[in-house]
Design a binder for this molecule. Structure first.
Ligand SMILES: Cc1cc2nc3c(=O)[nH]c(=O)nc-3n(C[C@H](O)[C@H](O)[C@H](O)COP(=O)(O)OP(=O)(O)OC[C@H]3O[C@@H](n4cnc5c(N)ncnc54)[C@H](O)[C@@H]3O)c2cc1C
Length: 411
């Protein structure tokens, strides 16, 4: 598509997927681009850790969406530990698995992506989009933000996350499914640990217990000084504490109900090896985030004049290690589709054919991993390296953990 005649584009949502989609649209030669973000201020003070597989990073860097200016910590190895009171405070090491990932502070990743949004893009913060609908005359899509008038666009990109208004307009109800368990998350300065040096900097720890697991890795501190110990623990909540269907995607720091804090305290004390139990207990209530887990994928990623990206299109369980990768790859795919097609309709057909199968693959993988890692965990102490390797290979034979290659040959 030529720049002087490029389609007008509205991006709904200004987080990871939204910033990347605005960049994609500009590179593909769109005309006027507007980003509507519901939140009033910068998003970068929120969020904890996020990881990108080295190979996916290299592809995204080659495509120009990420680069080394985004502070990261390099991981090399994932050590699997299980509590064994006779062994070291870290627990008994079951397996050392290669783990070629870069870890990021979500806030600085977002800030760097936001910085890449070209200055001629009209970014409107504090602008919640309330209505999205095909124009009655068939010419484009109308959106209404806040109390403003309806505006017409040739293309509306839904980058508005899990409860997307664009998805509702594009494909009606897609009901997210509750996974039946919750993530507890936290991050705090590594120096708070009594023995930070006992845990190597390039090690991601996978600490398994009956009915769940804890993942720990270092991330750069928010302001760039030092490192934070970032952790996420998956387990079922106590009976009666499943989230209500309309409950928020995550409970902000400082608001976790006491029974859920008690359940975490029990796991830290009784099920984790002492070092990792201490790490969890050192997290203050203001640093603790609760995230009930859901997943879904939209059957189609597009409707006339509309495209879905990132979490608006698909939320896979985080065991896949690929939420941000998928959002960024969606943007590169949108750029390629818009660049290569004669008009918006052809671009949307190409984009849907490319990305909808990836969403389905990642949701399926997330469910498989969740079943084995949380819902019906194996007898961990009896697993040796060979057993774990075979078990992991059976779950992720296609190697989709960390995200599929953009250049894959097929699904
Ligand atoms: C503040 C924040 C912190 C996060 N921290 C982490 C983290 O630490 N680790 C991690 O793994 N993942 C984190 N995530 C989730 C992660 O960004 C996503 O899972 C993934 O990267 C895909 O991003 P996304 O842009 O598709 O969705 P999201 O990041 O969920 O972004 C959706 C955006 O759309 C906006 N929005 C929603 N509805 C509307 C509307 N009607 N009108 C206008 N705007 C709307 C939201 O305000 C939000 O900014 C965080 C998300 C947010 C918003």
């Amino acid at each position: 598509m030529r720049r002087d005649q490029g389609p007008s584009v509205a991006v709904v949502g200004g987080s990871i997927a939204g910033c990347a989609a605005a960049l994609a649209a500009r590179r593909a030669g769109a005309g006027a681009i507007t980003v509507h973000e519901r939140a009033g201020g910068a998003l970068d003070s929120r969020g904890v850790g996020i990881a990108l597989h080295d190979d996916r990073y290299a592809e995204l860097a080659g495509a120009g969406y990420v680069d080394a200016s985004m502070p990261w910590v390099q991981m090399t190895t994932r050590h699997w530990y299980v509590r064994d009171d006779a062994a070291s405070p870290l627990g008994r090491r079951l397996w050392a698995q290669p783990f070629p990932f870069r870890t990021y502070n979500w806030g600085s990743l977002w800030r760097e992506l936001r910085r890449r949004v070209p200055s001629d893009v009209d970014v409107r913060a504090g602008s919640p989009v309330r209505e999205v609908a095909a124009a009655p005359d068939g010419d484009g899509v109308l959106i209404r933000a806040g109390d403003g008038p309806a505006e017409r666009f040739d293309l509306v990109v839904g980058a508005d996350g899990y409860r997307s208004v664009v998805r509702a307009a594009a494909c009606g109800d897609v009901l997210p499914q509750y996974a039946g368990y919750t993530a507890w998350r936290g991050a705090f300065p590594v120096d708070r640990l009594s023995a930070p040096g006992r845990w190597p900097e390039d090690e991601c720890a996978y600490v398994v217990f009956p009915g769940g697991h804890l993942i720990v890795y270092r991330i750069p501190a928010h302001a760039g000084a030092g490192q934070h110990a970032n952790w996420v623990l998956y387990a079922t909540p106590p009976p009666g504490h499943a989230p209500a269907p309309d409950s928020p995607v995550s409970l902000p720091p400082g608001t976790a109900p006491q029974p859920l804090r008690d359940r975490l305290g029990y796991i830290a004390e009784e099920l984790l090896p002492p070092y990792w139990g201490e790490l969890v207990r050192l997290t203050t209530a203001e640093e603790l985030i609760l995230q009930p887990l859901y997943d879904f994928t939209a059957e189609r990623y597009t409707a006339p004049g509309m495209a879905l990206t990132g979490d608006a299109a698909t939320v896979a369980r985080p065991h896949t290690g690929a939420g941000a990768v998928k959002a960024l790859q969606d943007a590169t795919a949108l750029e390629a589709a818009l660049t290569g097609a004669p008009d918006v309709a052809a671009a949307l057909a190409a984009y849907d054919a490319d990305r909808a199968p990836v969403g389905r693959t990642m949701v399926t993988l997330g469910r498989r991993l969740g079943r084995e890692l949380v819902e019906r965990t194996p007898d961990w102490p009896s697993m040796d390296r060979a057993a774990l390797e075979a078990w992991w290979g059976a779950m992720d034979g296609a190697g989709a953990f960390g995200g599929r290659s953009i250049a894959r040959d097929g699904d």
